[in-house]
Design a protein around this ligand. Structure first.
Ligand code: HEM
Length: 409
């Protein structure tokens, strides 16, 4: 079990508070697929102290996603220093439906397609800054700033707020790394909660400004949105914005890291993209499946039940390993091959069931545009000599990603 969490099952004393992925072996974060296979074969439903039950088989994971009334993603499943449940992630059915009814149309593929031009502009603007240099830190100069700039643009916030946005996001997602304090320690929690307060205040100010001067951005649309004749309250909009900040930035950045991490190590696959950019939508889906940048999602059981033949007790934590579901050969016989010609790709990289990612169409747009524009302008690139990529746990990002490249003439 130490391969996945570092926790020791069955130890007598209560576990220290821990991130479900704390202590995860860096080698496992870089190459999780063989470890997932080992877990599925040896202990598909596993009890891990400090985490709860870990699900690894696609069939059990589909079952958990089909029953959000049992496997809840409420605030007991994930605590991020927020003072109210994040909307819609930490709202259980049936109330959850109300919010998706308002938000789904705003994030529908047709609406997202309208953003393509500005997303193309943002990508090219970033590439312009380093294209003449022949080398770049992919993460610092591309994968991290890109989704944050898209976020600021679609919400109608000033691009100058980028550093503030990144500080707020990191303070919630990785407060232990920012502060150097232990995960779950009092000092870490105090910092995380101070950051949470600053996030509510930041968006409250932005909404005041937007209310005074409506525009055609997302904040204005949240203020105007109605469900069953009622507008969202200010607190509800703040709880949505808070979630977007932590759901929509690192996920896209990590996905870009994982995709380019794969491509620098597979030049033949990279050349296929350069030669035929029309395969990019399929590449995006297949690399989302294979890499599964969000390794798992957390749930808490609301009643006694059983899954995969194992008892589940009310209050148990349940960790759903999406990456394992996506590489389960019982569901997809050639799951360990990376193929850009799959007709159907039922991956769970965006989660499953009622909480399936609201931002998937925006994310896909960002990923497709990034892959297309990058390969058009920088068709030939590789990892800087002697460098080994190190992946972070949980959301598999790469902090230092030095690349050398030859730009297109
Ligand atoms: C490639 C990028 C992305 C990945 C891999 C990803 C992954 C996920 C996953 C796995 C979930 C399910 C969480 C759970 O069940 O506990 C989720 C939910 C969610 N994501 Fe994303 N996400 C991405 C991009 C985005 C973006 C850009 C946004 C912002 C608009 C966003 C907003 C959300 C929201 C609001 C939810 C909660 C939906 C609900 O509870 O109904 N995501 N995402």
């Amino acid at each position: 079990m130490d391969q996945t969490t570092g926790a020791t099952p069955g130890a007598g004393s209560p576990p220290a508070p821990t991130s479900p992925f704390a202590g995860m072996d860096p080698e496992m974060c870089a190459n999780p697929q063989p470890v997932f296979r080992l877990l599925r074969d040896s202990e598909p439903v596993m009890a891990v102290e400090g985490v709860g039950l870990v699900l690894t088989r696609r069939a059990d994971i589909d079952e958990a996603f089909r029953h959000p009334e049992i496997y809840s993603s409420n605030t007991d499943a994930v605590d991020l220093g927020n003072i109210r449940p994040l909307i819609p992630l930490q709202i259980d059915p049936p109330h959850h439906k109300k919010y998706r009814k308002v938000l789904d149309p705003i994030f529908a593929p047709r609406q997202m397609a309208l953003l393509e031009e500005s997303v193309v502009h943002l990508v090219n603007d970033l590439i312009d800054r380093f294209v003449d240099q022949g080398r770049v830190d992919f993460s610092a100069s591309f994968s991290v700033p890109f989704p944050s700039q898209v976020f600021l643009t679609v919400l109608g916030l000033p691009l100058d707020d980028l550093p503030r946005l990144l500080t707020m996001k990191d303070g919630i997602i990785r407060p232990d790394q920012v502060t150097g304090e232990d995960y779950g320690s009092e000092a870490m929690r105090a910092y995380q909660s101070a950051v949470a307060t600053s996030i509510y205040a930041y968006f409250d100010d932005a909404l005041d400004r937007r209310q005074a001067e409506p525009s055609d951005d997302l904040l204005s649309r949240f203020l105007e949105a109605e469900v069953d004749g009622e507008r969202l309250t200010r607190d509800e909009i703040l709880d949505i914005c808070f979630l977007f900040l932590i759901a929509g930035l690192d996920t896209v950045a990590a996905t870009l890291d994982c995709m380019f991490g794969y491509l620098v190590h597979h030049p033949d696959q990279r050349r296929r993209i350069v030669e035929d950019p029309s395969i990019i939508p399929a590449v995006v889906e297949e690399l989302l499946r294979w890499e599964t940048p969000v390794m798992g999602v957390a749930r808490v059981a609301l009643e006694d039940t059983e899954i995969g033949g194992c008892p589940v007790h009310k209050g148990d934590g349940v960790m759903i390993l999406l990456g394992s579901a996506n590489t389960d050969e019982a569901d997809l016989p050639d799951s360990h091959e990376v193929r850009f010609d799959r007709d159907v790709n039922r991956h769970l990289a965006f989660g499953g069931g009622v909480h399936r990612c609201l931002g998937s169409h925006l994310a896909r747009l960002e990923l497709r545009v990034a892959l297309r524009e990058w390969h058009r302008r920088i068709p030939d690139y590789s990892l800087a000599e002697g460098h080994t990529l190190v992946y972070t746990p949980a959301i598999r990002s790469i902090e230092h990603f030095p690349m050398v490249f030859t730009a297109a003439p």
